[in-house]
Design a binder for this molecule. Sequence first.
Ligand code: GDP
Ligand code: MG
Length: 742
Amino acid sequence: MKFALAGNPNCGKTTLFNSLTGATAHVGNWPGVTVDKKEGTYKKLEEPIHIIDLPGINWLSPYTPEEVVSRNFIVDEKPDCVINIVDATNLERNLYLTTQLLEIDVPIVIALNMMDSVKKSGDIIDTTKLSVTLGVPVCEISALKNEGIKELMEISYKAAQTKREAKTVLSQSNLKALIEVATDKLKAKNVESPLFHAIKLIEEDSLETSMHQDVLTEIDPIRQNYVKNEFDGDFEGMVADARYKYITLHFSKIIKKAAKNTNETTSDKIDKVLTHKFFSIPIFIVLMFIVFHLVFSEDLFFLNAIFGLEIKNSGWINFFTGMGYDSMLLEGTNSLEGIPSLGVFLQSWMGWLTGSIIDLVSGWFEAGGVLDTWYAGLICDGLLTGIDAIFSFLPQILLLFLFISILEDSGYMARVAFIMDRAFRKFGLSGKAFIPLLMGFGCSVPAMMATKTFEDEKERDMTIRLAPFFSCGAKAPIWAMLATVVVGSFLGDIFVFSIYILGIVVAILSALIIKAFSKQKEVPPFIMELPAYHMPQFKNLLAHLWEKLKHFLYKASTIITAAIIVIWFLSNFKWAFWQGMVDDISESILADLGRVLQYVFYPLGWSWGVDGWKYTVASITGLIAKEDVVATMGQLGLENGTINLSNAQIYAFAAYNLFTLPCFAAVATARSESTKKGFWVTLLWWLLASYVVSMVIFWIGYSFELFWWLGLIIVLAIIGLIVGLGLTIIHKRKMNKEKRVA
Ligand code: GDP
Ligand code: MG
């Protein structure tokens, strides 16, 4: 037998699924879309029950892949029973989906979840009445506390034995006649679940109208009778309204709320502070800062900055702080800047581990007298070094994820998304996108992974596209190095700061431009209920992390390794590769490629001159890991003193590396988390943005460097252009609005 779990996002589906299926669970993908498909087996009944955890949805519309997946599964694959999980603390909102599920010819059992919270709050739900009203069994459970699960499965098993005929709450509305006619017509066409399809057809649901165009034409005369009401022919609105009316009418009798003031829940009390009008954002910033501090700081709690608490590089301190690996020591000093944060601590141990492995392996080769062979080079300089660069960030990525998961699981992130929603809407994003973008400052890979929970594919693609513009930790060394080279009135720290700001500005501009060109009118409604706060579950957190780790390891072992091998080959061989390896990278294939590609970047200024190919090559090796930009420049003899770029060229070079393709790990993650089409647009956007922004910056800077007044004129012209464009758009929008109103 096959049971499906259906319900709103955050109703506790996954929690129930986990407790039903335990170790039998596995995650796959629904064909064609990037939506997780979770399956498992429940074994405590007479026969094993195959359980499918459908994605969380608010309704059965055709707008998001999650909705389409859930709906097609229930309608077409006909599970023996659908367990509709309803968050009892949000009964009225959750029942909206229920009213739609009831219209499908399939046995349904309602699992009234979170009953523990309901009981705690003092509310009383009349389960019997609810069951009678809806005509399906209702079972009280608490997925979290593992209560009522066995009963739920027994009831569902029984319900699955008999057929259930669909019914609709709309039969009590004025749409009744229309629905009956449409249902009969579909029945005559031998359509299964005719009632469901009839109502969807009336709503002019895009999935239905294409399938049953004939019926739609037939019922059109009757539909005309309905167009002259307050909905102005908006049948989707009419149907939705009828559902809500039904729910409000009946369910006020089913739930008896506890007297309000005696029962302000702890959650409400916490919310008073955390979602406070003025304090919410400062609190959020502080919390995020703490998270980033714990993951990335090399001076925990600023102990060194405040108290001058330097850590001397002695043996036991090394051991205790994980600083055994000397890359963590500041150049030329013998002490650390304070106590490392947990993230830096783990990172340095990881560095020590991978460093030791490299030493060990090259030791073997040396002992065998084969250190100069190509395979020793491939393994040591290519694979191990590349993997080292990527793995050294793994602990921080995971730790960042752990903290974010804790905030998410506790229910706090839902509030943040809510707070940020309004501002983000202007850029065609919803508040949800905020967290991933913020994580982009740490590393784009977890940032992109964090978009997995978005219901809207477009928003997911867009967020992934913008994430690398938030300058990640691996890009920081590039800025730090370039900061030592900028000359004149440009101060190093202002330079670095301005790069970060530039990233944010270009991200915002990108969002606006993409929004202007996309056909989608509005961001889909961002409806969410704020779940009550609760302690995160340790088991959940670990499962989360393990998923991420698996994902990452898989990528690292496939696409990234392949890329590393290719670049290693190109930088170690000349065209006549059979003649052996080159001693100097400037004789390599990569150098020659750089000398050709250099011309591609000529309009960007920084690839001018005899050293131009070196910057080009550095940008290419940056694809392995962004730290490699600095490493390669060093290898090619470019450092403070030998770099003779003007400020305009330096700035353009920085901008290019900020916006171009991120490292392979991030590209691979973007590929697996985006839609196929979205991914190609993303690649194109990265290439385009890097080229255009870098070019604009160079030419503005260059004209300033030639004649200050020329630069000024160009800047003013550009500002004028932008303001003009903005005004035109605003004007156009106003006109459109007026047209719609009129
Ligand atoms: P899904 O989005 O439907 O898969 O929901 P999850 O299973 O991820 O649960 C959402 C949140 O609700 C999690 O933080 C759970 O710990 C919490 N939760 C799930 N079931 C219950 C329950 O019965 N009682 C309470 N108090 N919380 C629950
Ligand atoms: Mg879930």
